[in-house]
Design a protein around this ligand. Structure first.
Ligand SMILES: [Zn+2]
Length: 156
């Protein structure tokens, strides 16, 4: 009978102190991450901020076979520079995975999705309503075409 926590022989895929981790296919290399449109961020454990990772530029530098799993990087904040890991999600509404076989996702990121860390609106703020235009309808106008129509209607 073998114990439930069988140790892997040295040099195999297992991580010291833990069990081997099976990664989803879309995290295995920069190339597959780009193909899968994975959402990848650098997560700073000190200032608890997420930074965008330019996968395309990284792939040009390191090659598409390179992986972010178990890599570390330095925080970009000039007064922080803490060492951190990368996190990735399959899509904006999917939870992040920590790309480290030996560490678990920190509490501040548990259950977090890329969309939770984006500002609520990426559109530029709406300009003030021109004279004669109903300000409520103006505020709800989602695009330039609607705004132009409201201006035309206001001019009669
Ligand atoms: Zn930082």
């Amino acid at each position: 009978m073998e114990g439930p926590r069988k140790r892997w022989p040295r040099g195999e895929t297992a991580v010291e102190g833990g069990e081997a981790r099976i990664w989803p296919h879309w995290v295995r290399s920069l190339g597959v991450m780009i193909e899968a449109r994975a959402q990848v961020r650098f997560a700073c454990p000190a200032c608890k901020r997420l930074y965008d990772v330019d996968l395309a530029s990284l792939a040009l530098l390191k090659g598409r076979e390179w992986t972010l799993v178990d890599r570390r990087a330095r925080c970009k904040a000039s007064r922080c520079r803490a060492s951190g890991r990368f996190v990735a999600a399959a899509a904006g509404d999917q939870p992040f995975l920590l790309l480290s076989a030996s560490e678990r996702l920190p509490d501040w990121l548990t259950g977090a999705r890329p969309s939770d860390h984006e500002p609520p609106h990426s559109e530029p703020p709406t300009p003030p309503a021109p004279p004669g235009v109903d300000p409520v309808r103006w505020a709800y106008a989602r695009d330039d075409r609607t705004r132009k129509r409201l201006v035309r209607e206001a001019r009669g």
